[in-house]
Design a binder for this molecule. Structure first.
Ligand code: DQA
Length: 150
């Protein structure tokens, strides 16, 4: 069964009561449950990591080669700062989709730039939990497309 790694970056463990005007009221556990439910429907397996530490995220991406077929990542604040996560994504060449709960383009100016997006296949931003669910669907489609190429 195809495996997709879902990475949640810093402070996403606080979802539920963290700036709910931007991020909604679902907890991370509730978001993960919705992702798991869709994964069952799409017949794929999901693995989760939430970390507030850039190095942990870099290590996890770096050791994922050959272990997962696609990555869905919400790099959270690291979106705007992390050359290391961008390089990890480029390094492993695993198809990666960047997601954001909020629309990073209609908030503070510093959020409108992603260092990770150029290394990803694409980005989904602004649809709350649906950003993750759309990304999972895209990931499954990408995996199938890549299989047909080989
Ligand atoms: C976020 C947007 C980032 O700018 C912010 O730092 C986050 C969450 C989002 O999902 O909308 O922590 O990635």
């Amino acid at each position: 069964m195809k495996k997709i790694l879902v990475i949640h970056g810093p402070n996403l463990n606080l979802l539920g009561d963290r700036e709910s005007n931007f991020y909604g009221t679902n907890t991370l556990e509730e978001i993960n449950q919705q992702i798991k439910k869709l994964a069952r429907e799409l017949n794929c397996q999901v693995e989760f990591l939430q970390s507030n530490h850039e190095g942990v995220i870099v290590d996890t991406i770096g050791s994922s080669k050959g272990k997962v077929d696609a990555i869905v990542i919400n790099p959270a604040a690291f979106t705007h700062t992390s050359v290391a996560i961008r390089d990890a994504v480029l390094g492993v060449k695993i198809p990666t989709i960047e997601v954001h709960l909020s629309n990073i383009y209609n908030r503070e100016e510093f959020r409108a730039k992603s260092l990770i997006a150029p290394a990803a296949v694409g980005q989904i931003s602004g649809f709350g939990v649906n950003s993750y669910l759309l990304a999972l669907r895209v990931a499954v489609t990408l995996i199938k497309k890549n299989e047909n190429k080989n």
